[in-house]
Write a protein that binds this ligand. Structure first.
Ligand code: G1P
Length: 294
């Protein structure tokens, strides 16, 4: 039922310099694929048909990655390299791609606002371009979020996960109405990057949202918040204040969020994905065991 998704990918990736001086952080490799490919495959797996990327300067590589490269395919097929041709299968995903630019950085709310014309009156998914949700569940997080949304199509749904109290200042934090049931709780309020003292919980917004198109009107009425930017969290807060209903669906213990926006978490992500590589994962594990003297 939800067929459209928006991927904000305009951030400059300054925390990953010099790696990101000329390449988008969304294109950084995790195992065999760039980060953004996992996200698009996640969206395709829940039936998304149209994806809009919100990009900015130096993000052209994302467009090239999802464009079909007929020359390359022809060359590989003529030289009989079928296994490599297989690696390009993702180009045939049943998704139409659209691109627009956020010409200056003014916050996640402002970036999402660039999707207004694309979205029209439809509900849509927001998937942050620098965050992968790795799931070993039969029903992945986004599927569970969509199931919740389909129960009440006037509502909105946000992914959340538990974070240590010392880290709440880095995330949007949810104030739940009550204890969660089966990983789902109704949301009372949201606060962007609170201090440890003021955080209403340790449930952090985790890079996936399902929103009604009403969010655009809320964004237009949102004043600059944390960091002087238009925060999506504040716009969602407005929906709640005006009687909107929202639900938090939390990651299970068989799911992990990887944020590739800083080196520590990027290294962890790269290692985990490389260890899962069908061909080289086992060898890498042996190498690590030997290196660490385990
Ligand atoms: C954004 C959101 C924040 C959310 C985070 C991770 O922050 O503003 O509410 O918790 O993504 O999904 P950023 O990482 O862009 O500073």
């Amino acid at each position: 039922m939800v067929k459209k998704a928006v991927i904000p990918a305009a951030g400059m990736g300054t925390r990953m310099l010099p790696l990101t001086k000329t390449q988008p952080k969304e294109m950084l490799p995790l195992g065999r694929k760039p980060c953004i490919q996992y996200i698009v495959e996640e969206l395709a797996s829940v039936g998304v048909e149209q994806v809009l990327f919100i990009t900015g300067h130096k993000k052209r590589a994302i467009e090239d990655h999802f464009d079909k490269d007929n020359e390359l395919s022809k060359m590989l097929s003529m030289s009989g390299q079928k296994d490599l041709l297989e690696e390009l299968k993702y180009e045939d995903m049943d998704i139409s791609f659209y691109y627009t630019r956020q010409s200056y950085p003014a916050g996640l709310g402002h970036a999402v606002r660039c999707a207004k014309d694309f979205v029209g009156n439809d509900p849509f998914i927001i998937a942050l371009g620098d965050s992968i949700i790795h799931s070993k569940e039969n029903k992945i997080l986004l599927r569970r979020m969509l199931d919740q949304f389909e129960k009440d199509q006037e509502s909105f749904v946000i992914a959340t996960r538990e974070v240590p109290l010392e880290s709440v200042h880095r995330y949007g934090i949810v104030e739940p109405v009550a204890e969660s049931k089966g990983g789902i709780s109704q949301i009372k309020a949201l606060v962007e990057k609170p201090s440890m003292q003021t955080a209403p919980s340790t449930q952090a917004v985790a890079a996936r949202y399902i929103m009604p198109s009403r969010i655009f009107d809320a964004i237009d009425r949102t004043s600059p918040g944390k960091g002087g930017e238009i925060q999506l969290t504040d716009s969602i807060g407005l929906l709640l204040k005006e009687g909107g209903k929202g639900y938090a669906v939390s990651l299970s213990d068989r799911e992990k969020r990887y944020d590739i926006g800083n080196f520590q978490s990027y290294y962890e992500a790269f290692l985990d994905f490389a260890l899962e590589d069908e061909r080289y994962g086992y060898q890498l594990k042996q190498y690590i065991i030997q290196k660490l003297g385990l």
